[in-house]
Design a protein around this ligand. Structure first.
Ligand SMILES: [Fe+2]
Ligand SMILES: [Fe+2]
Length: 181
């Protein structure tokens, strides 16, 4: 049944897009907090500038999604306070294990976000070309972050495979929760 807001199909599409913006806003918020956690431990070390570069890009990603949340009146996830703490804790904890573990965390998170953004971009049509363009542009930068991690010996971190699998699983849970809650 059509209503003043448009056809039911439009409504479903708008709801799907709102979920995308909600979860992407949450993800960029979490990403920024992860790098802040890393910087709390490694900020004065040799990797400090590199991590600050990535954190600045996450801040720009977050600012873009914050503006979309406001403009499109999307309800932000109720889990932001959780990601505030959990993101920072993940960044700081892996950094405490060492620079390589911090880089392993970066690789795992960015790979999870790459898959997430790729799926989103593939599902968006011409009517959301602007959002799709933003997602594709950010995805490029997330892949740049992954490559930085790999170039800085992420794979030589202790228990790399276990660490990576655990962090990716955590990211998938965070994504699923942030779409809904
Ligand atoms: Fe990002
Ligand atoms: Fe990133």
């Amino acid at each position: 049944m059509a209503d003043a807001a448009g056809l039911p199909g439009d409504r479903a599409r708008r709801a799907a897009v709102a979920r995308m913006i909600r979860v992407d806003h949450a993800g960029e918020y979490g990403a920024k907090r992860i790098y802040q956690g890393q910087l709390a431990v490694l900020g004065r070390g040799p990797k400090g500038d590199l991590i600050r570069h990535m954190q600045a890009q996450e801040q720009a990603h977050l600012d873009t999604f914050s503006a979309m949340v406001a403009k499109r009146r999307v309800r932000p996830t109720a889990l932001l306070p959780l990601w505030h703490v959990a993101g920072f804790a993940l960044g700081a904890a892996t950094a405490l294990l060492g620079e390589r573990a911090a880089m392993a965390c970066t690789v795992a998170v960015e790979e999870a976000i790459d898959a997430h953004y790729a799926a989103q971009a593939a599902s968006l049509g011409e009517e959301e070309a602007e959002l799709r363009g933003v997602i594709e542009r950010f995805r490029e930068e997330e892949l740049e972050h992954r490559d930085i991690g790999l170039a800085h010996e992420a794979e030589q971190a202790p228990a790399y495979r276990l660490l990576s699998a655990a962090i990716k699983a955590g990211c998938r849970v965070a994504i699923a929760a942030s779409e809904r809650v």
